[in-house]
Structure formats: structure tokens, C-alpha cells
Design a protein around this ligand. Structure first.
Ligand code: FE2
Length: 342
């Protein structure tokens, strides 16, 4: 109920009750993640979460800003406030903060008040790319936003699948995305095929920034005609996949899966796609179909009995087709993940 008289505010950003181990948090906080679609950010502040840190995203007079979602005065969430004259205003005492996080106005002090420079918000760097607003909690210069060579940085020509919060860790979501053996089982109704169909392991290739998986899969969308496809998954560490589906007619679909780790056992999944066909009714159906696939995955993943991803082989049994998962986990270890206890 109280914070002790001798207690000092913690220096680091990681909440003390976070389920993400401190060492893992430090590693993951160096990367950039999307928080919200740029189109979804209107004139109201938007709440977001990253690695258990609550954030607010708003359009200030200086551009788009990302701040810690709390007023330094009495800890009300600023995402519950409003943006007025290019500044975010706390709904409790109407303290206003500009796009740099500096407090510019405290109505209770009157017009002549000199506001100390220390009255400011914790701010984070912001980038806009692929139609998404990105940030990095530690702003590490060594971490870049993933690069997708097949689409322009401003997102022109790409279509967005509905952003959803998934009830699993970002790493479990990534493993689900490249999991070949679940396709005819979980996605029997959408991608199709028979759950008794054997699934061959794909070929795993190591890259500097991650791994790639090349695999063959026969789709039967909505149990229609079989479609022999080549799947290429380019996994960009830690939580992004650049996915290509090539069918026998040469038709290619690109699907991008970009996962923000909101918490230890939850993530927000941003997906967008580009299709070589024209945007038409089929294309809309494709976007809806991809969302249906996501819903099928969410339905299963909510039943995870071991939400943490084992970074050794002892906790789960494995199939030959899990070779990609094995390679992915090894690369997560190489990033320094799993080195400390929660
Ligand atoms: Fe799936």
C-alpha cells in the first residue's frame, strides 16, 4: 500500500515485477519495435506497452513523440489525457508536456510560474517506417529497424492485416509462424490440407542477422485445389519474419510478421503484405484469410502450458521438422538471452 520512507525510485526502466529476466530485458531493449500503425495515431494519445514498460504515443507540435505513460506529478497515465495545442495534457491537474517531454504549463501555479527543467517525461526515440511508429527503449545505436528490401520504407503499396495482441511470448509467436508441422492441423480450414499429411523439414541457412528456412508445402486454401508452394522465411533476430510464398505459376506473396514483446508472455503482432496480383476483391479476401489464420493460431497458443521458450533441448520433445526452431533458439542464446534468471 505504501512506498517506504527510505525507498528511492528505481533507476532502471525495467519494472521490478516484470516477468522478463533483467539480463533478457537488457538485451531485448536494444532493439527497435513497432508500437502502433501511423494511420491509427490521430489527435488522441495512444497507450502502448513494450517489455512491460507502459508508453504513450502522441502527435506533438514537434512530430510524433513516445513517452513513459505517467505524469511525474501524481502518476496518472497520460494516455488517458488529451493532446491540446501540440502538447500532451494530464487529465488530473492539466500539466502539459511538449514533444520533447518538458513540462510547459502547470495551471495550479498560475501564469508566472517558473517550471523546473526536471519536471519532464521520460522520452524515447521515434522512427516511422513501413507505416508503423517504432521505438527502442534503450535507443541502442547498434540495433536497427529490420530492413525489407522488397517494400519501400514509407510503406507504399503494402496492405495491413489486423494488428492483434497474442497471448504468448514474442519468441513463441515467431516459432509458430515458421512451424511447418502445425499448418495442416491448426490451419486445416484456411490454408488447408490433411492433418495426416507428413511434413518434410525445410532447409535452414544461417545469416548474419538471423536464419532462413526454405521449405515446400502444398496448400489447399479453403480445401480447394492443391497449390504447390515454396515457402521462404527470413527470420531477423529477434522477432521479425520476412516471408515469401511462391506458387507454381510464379505468383509471389510477401508477408511480414513484426512482433513487439509487450510483456514476457504477451506480444503485439504487426503484419503487412504485398502481393504480385492487383489489389482486388481476392486481395481483400486474402487479407481476411490471413487474419483468420492468426485467429486459429491465437486459439491454440492461449493453451500454452509452458509459456517461456526453452533455450535448451531438455524441456520439450522435438520432431525433425523442428530443425528451424532448434536453429532459432541457438541464435537467441547467441544474443545473450536466457543468461539470467527472472
Ligand atoms: Fe499458424
Amino acid at each position: 500500500m505504501f512506498i517506504a520512507p527510505h525507498a528511492r525510485p528505481q533507476a532502471g526502466l525495467r519494472p521490478a515485477d516484470s516477468g522478463i529476466a533483467p539480463g533478457d530485458w537488457d538485451v531485448l531493449s536494444r532493439y527497435w519495435y513497432p508500437l502502433v500503425e501511423a494511420d491509427a495515431l490521430g489527435d488522441k494519445p495512444v497507450a502502448a506497452r513494450l517489455l512491460d514498460v507502459d508508453l504513450v504515443v502522441f502527435r506533438s507540435a514537434q512530430g510524433i513523440s513516445v513517452a513513459r505513460d505517467r505524469c511525474p506529478h501524481r502518476h496518472i497515465r497520460l494516455s488517458a489525457g488529451e493532446v491540446r495545442d501540440g502538447e500532451i495534457v494530464c487529465p488530473y491537474h492539466a500539466l502539459a508536456f511538449d514533444g520533447s517531454g518538458q513540462c510547459t504549463r502547470i495551471p495550479a501555479l498560475g501564469r508566472q510560474a517558473r517550471i523546473p527543467a526536471a519536471y519532464r517525461l521520460d522520452m524515447f526515440p521515434v522512427r516511422e517506417k513501413y507505416g508503423l511508429i517504432w521505438t527502442s527503449l534503450s535507443g541502442g545505436a547498434d540495433a536497427q529497424i529490420p530492413t525489407f528490401p522488397d517494400i519501400p520504407d514509407d510503406g507504399t503499396g503494402i496492405c495491413y492485416i489486423k494488428t492483434r495482441d497474442w497471448p504468448c511470448s514474442a519468441a513463441r509467436q515467431i516459432e509458430n509462424f515458421f512451424d511447418l508441422a502445425h499448418l495442416p492441423v491448426v490451419h486445416h480450414a484456411t490454408l488447408g490440407n490433411d492433418e495426416t499429411m507428413p511434413v518434410s523439414p525445410g532447409r535452414v541457412i544461417q545469416h548474419d542477422d538471423g536464419i532462413a528456412l526454405h521449405a515446400d508445402y502444398v496448400e489447399r486454401p479453403f480445401q480447394g485445389a492443391p497449390r504447390a508452394c515454396t515457402y521462404t522465411y527470413r527470420v531477423i533476430l529477434p522477432f521479425t519474419i520476412d516471408f515469401t510464398v511462391l506458387d507454381e505459376t510464379g505468383h509471389a506473396m510477401k508477408l511480414y510478421d513484426v512482433v513487439a514483446p509487450t510483456s514476457g508472455h504477451a506480444c503485439r503482432v504487426f503484419q503487412f503484405m504485398k502481393d504480385t496480383r492487383d489489389i482486388d476483391e481476392n486481395h481483400r479476401q486474402l487479407i481476411e484469410g490471413l487474419d483468420a489464420v492468426n485467429i486459429e493460431d491465437i486459439e491454440v497458443l492461449q493453451h500454452l502450458a509452458l509459456p517461456d521458450l526453452p533455450l535448451n533441448t531438455h524441456f520439450e520433445v522435438h520432431l525433425p521438422v523442428d530443425n528451424v526452431s532448434y536453429a532459432y533458439r541457438e541464435r537467441l542464446v547467441a544474443l545473450g538471452l536466457g543468461a539470467s534468471e527472472a
